[in-house]
Design a binder for this molecule. Structure first.
Ligand code: LHQ
Length: 264
């Protein structure tokens, strides 16, 4: 009998939202080449298809993502170069996520460990189930945070909390992650998918060009002076001011009706 091939990344497009589901539940959706290839394909689609106006990333089963699959590497090999995998897969993925001029919502449905935790933090708006948790597991196996963790954590949580999370590899509950500003919101498990979907659909129906520019401005602020940021705001505002959505937004306000944004 032919083996049944199960895709390690599932995609579905509805109401302008590309839902991307990590799908290796028996391994808590750990990253392997299949997951990386699936994510790269989903990103390429998100970059090229105008019908996609928002991404929603989640995991199948009880985990979100347990980071790199630790069973797939030959630990007896004479030379191990972990930089190769980062260069080939993780780093391009994070850069593409940040550069995508469309919002990425993440629904963290369970444990997010190692690169899985930082993959979640690379998304633009993160919701997590109350039972979910975040673990900078790297130090437990003698590694350092990757997938952007050493960039995101100090910026989101402050240096003390970032340092302790990374040095201890301790588990952070979803509630504390919300309290610490690591994520947008912690919600009851049963509500996670519907809440995340509601948000993603609303973003997809929004003025998505403006939302893409908001993403650009917010992330640029991490390395800009106030003067540079004011210049950037002027340039972006000039651009969106020429767009259809601005006219539609003002017209809808004046006519006391809901706007119908085209994303243009
Ligand atoms: C796994 C994994 C996993 C394979 C659970 N792999 N099977 C590293 C190297 C190279 C280049 C790039 O970057 C990186 C970055 C990294 O991500 S390093 C960090 C890698 N991840 C970890 O160290 C986390 C390892 N996992 C855990 O500590 C636990 O599984 C957590 C805390 C995530 C969840 O614990 P539990 O809820 O108790 O679940 P479990 O441990 O029983 O796991 C369930 C199954 O999933 C189990 O398989 P089994 O056949 O025994 O049921 C695990 O072996 C498997 N699994 N993580 N990363």
């Amino acid at each position: 009998m032919e083996p049944i091939l199960v895709s390690p990344v599932l995609e579905s497009l509805q109401a302008g939202v590309l839902r991307i589901t990590l799908n290796r539940p028996e391994k808590l959706n750990a990253f392997n080449p299949g997951v990386h290839q699936g994510l790269a394909a989903a990103m390429a689609r998100a970059e090229s298809e105008s019908a996609i106006r928002c991404l929603l990333i989640t995991g199948a089963g009880r985990g979100f993502c347990a980071g790199q699959d630790l069973t797939e590497r030959d630990m007896k090999a004479a030379a191990i170069d972990l930089g190769t995998g980062l260069e080939a897969w993780y780093n391009p993925l994070v850069k593409r996520m940040r550069a995508l001029p469309k919002p990425i919502v993440c629904a963290v449905n369970g444990v997010a460990a190692g690169a899985g935790a930082n993959f979640a933090l690379a998304c633009d708006i993160v919701l997590a189930a109350r039972s979910a948790s975040f673990i900078q597991a790297f130090v437990k196996i003698g590694l350092v945070p990757d997938c952007g963790g050493s960039y995101f954590l100090p910026r989101l949580a402050g240096m003390q909390r970032a340092m302790a999370l990374a040095m201890t590899g301790g588990r952070l509950s979803a509630e504390d992650a919300e309290r610490w500003g690591l994520i947008w919101k912690c919600v009851d498990d049963a509500q996670l998918q519907s809440e995340a979907e509601k948000l993603a659909i609303a973003l997809a129906a929004g003025p998505t060009r403006s939302i893409g520019f908001i993403k650009n401005a917010m992330y640029a602020s991490a390395n800009n002076t106030l003067a540079e940021q004011l210049d950037l705001e002027r340039d972006l505002q000039r651009e969106v001011g020429k767009g259809e959505d601005y006219r539609e937004g003002v017209a809808a306000f004046l006519e006391k009706r809901a706007p119908a944004f085209s994303g243009k």
